[in-house]
Ligand binder design. Structure first.
Ligand code: MRU
Length: 361
C-alpha cells in the first residue's frame, strides 16, 4: 500500500496472521526504528504517545487496529454479541487517544459500520486497506491540485509535518510541495521547527532532505520577519479538522502563520482530504482542542527550562478562521473562497465519491 519510500504505517501479511508496522516517529531523525503491533490497545498507546501522528496517518492506523481487534475478538469470544462488545471497547480505547484529529473518528466509524455487517478479520482488513488506498489516491490528487498554485522562484512556508509521515500516502501540504519540486519548479521551502514537539525540525526537514527539496529550517517566531523581507510567497499547511464553515484546526502556531500571511498579503492555503472535514461542527469554536502533557514544554531533553512552579498550558492545536484561508486543496477539488456554502457544495458530492472508491460498509 505504500506510495513510496517514506511511510508511516503498513499492514504486513493477511488478516489472520498479519501485523501492523509503524515507523517510530518519536525517534526521527536520529533513528529509523519500526515497531510491530499485534494488539489494538497497544496501537492506541502508540497513537497517544505519537509513535504515529498526523491526522490521516492516525485514521489509517486506527483502521488497522480494528482489524487486530476483530482477530482478538475471535479468540476470546464465542458469540457475535461478545465479539462486537470487544470491538466496541477497542473502538472506545482508540477514540480516546487524540481528540482533534477527526480522521481518527472517521476511520473508526467506517470500521464499526463494517463490523455490524461482517466482523471477520478478512472483511475488516479489506475495508482498512481500502481506506488506506483512498488516502494514497487522495494525496496524489491534492498534490497535483496544489502544485499548480506554486510557481518557480517561490519561497513556500509550511508548519508542522503534513508529509508522508502524517498520512497513508505522499502527504497533504508536503505532498503539494514535493509535487511542485518533482514538476521541476525551483522552489525553496521554509520549515517552521514547530514547538513543542518539533515535527517541522525532526520530520518535515527529514522528509525534504530525503526528497532533495531545498529548504531552510527556521524558528516558528522567524516567520513574520521572513515574510516582511520578501522570502515567502505562499504558505501551505495541513489540517486536523475542518468545520462546516471552513475554519481549520491544525498544529499550534498555524493560526499565527495565517495572521502573519494575511498582514503581508501572502496566500495561505490548507491541504486536507475530505476525511478531515467535520460537517457536524458548525465552526472552529466547536472543534475539541487536545491539551498535552506539560512535560512537552518544561524541559529540553533532561534539562528543565523553567521554574519548577511554572504553570504550563500546552494546547496541541489552534484554529485558523476561514477568512484567513485563501483556499483548501482537497482530494475532490479546491475550495475557494473558503466559506460555509463552498464547503457544503464539496461535501455534498462526498458520499457518492466515497461509495465509488471504497467497498460498502
Ligand atoms: O500532533 P500531530 O503531529 O499529530 O499534528 C499533526 C498536524 O498538525 C498536521 O499538520 C495535520 O495532522 C495534518 S497531517 C496531513
Amino acid at each position: 500500500m505504500r506510495d513510496r519510500e517514506i511511510w508511516a504505517v503498513e499492514w504486513r501479511g493477511e488478516a489472520r496472521d498479519g501485523e501492523l508496522v509503524l515507523l517510530d516517529q518519536r525517534l526521527l531523525p536520529a533513528e529509523e526504528v519500526h515497531l510491530t503491533y499485534l494488539g489494538a490497545r497497544e496501537v492506541a498507546e502508540a497513537i497517544r504517545d505519537m509513535v504515529v501522528r498526523g491526522a490521516p496517518a492516525i485514521g489509517v492506523t486506527a483502521a488497522y487496529a480494528m482489524v487486530l481487534a476483530s482477530r482478538e475478538a475471535r479468540r476470546g469470544a464465542d458469540s457475535r454479541a461478545q465479539r462486537l462488545e470487544h470491538l466496541s471497547a477497542a473502538r472506545a480505547a482508540l477514540a480516546a487517544t487524540r481528540p482533534t484529529a477527526v480522521n481518527l473518528f472517521w476511520a473508526l466509524e467506517r470500521m464499526w459500520r463494517r463490523a455490524q455487517s461482517d466482523d471477520s478479520p478478512e472483511a475488516m482488513l479489506e475495508l482498512a486497506r481500502a481506506l488506506h488506498a483512498e488516502d494514497v489516491d487522495g494525496n496524489r490528487r491534492m498534490a497535483a491540485l496544489g502544485a499548480a498554485r506554486i510557481d518557480s522562484g517561490m519561497g513556500v512556508l509550511t508548519h508542522c509535518n503534513a508529509g508522508a509521515l502524517a498520512t497513508g500516502g505522499v502527504g497533504t501540504a508536503l505532498g503539494v510541495i514535493a509535487r511542485a519540486h518533482a514538476d521541476g519548479k525551483q522552489i525553496h521551502v521554509y520549515v517552521d521547527e514547530t514547538r513543542p514537539r518539533l515535527q517541522g525540525a525532526r520530520l518535515t526537514a527529514w522528509e525534504l532532505s530525503r526528497l532533495g527539496v531545498p529548504y531552510t529550517l527556521v524558528c516558528d517566531s522567524a516567520a513574520a520577519s521572513l515574510m516582511k523581507h520578501g522570502r515567502i510567497q505562499l504558505c501551505v499547511t495541513g489540517a486536523d479538522r475542518i468545520a462546516a464553515n471552513g475554519d481549520a484546526a491544525n498544529k499550534i502556531g498555524t493560526y499565527s502563520v495565517a495572521v502573519n500571511a494575511h498582514h503581508h498579503r501572502i496566500p495561505f492555503h490548507v491541504a486536507a482530504p475530505l476525511s478531515t472535514f467535520d460537517a457536524a461542527i458548525p465552526d472552529g469554536d466547536h472543534i475539541p482542542i487536545e491539551e498535552r502533557d506539560p512535560s512537552e514544554i518544561h524541559a529540553w531533553g533532561d534539562e528543565r527550562t523553567c521554574p519548577e512552579d511554572a504553570r504550563i498550558y500546552n494546547p496541541a492545536f489552534d484554529v485558523t478562521p476561514a477568512s484567513l484561508i485563501t483556499s483548501i486543496f482537497t482530494d475532490a477539488g479546491e475550495i475557494a473562497p473558503v466559506g460555509r456554502d463552498e464547503v457544503h457544495r464539496l461535501l455534498a458530492s462526498r458520499d457518492t465519491r466515497r461509495e465509488q472508491a471504497v467497498p460498502a460498509s
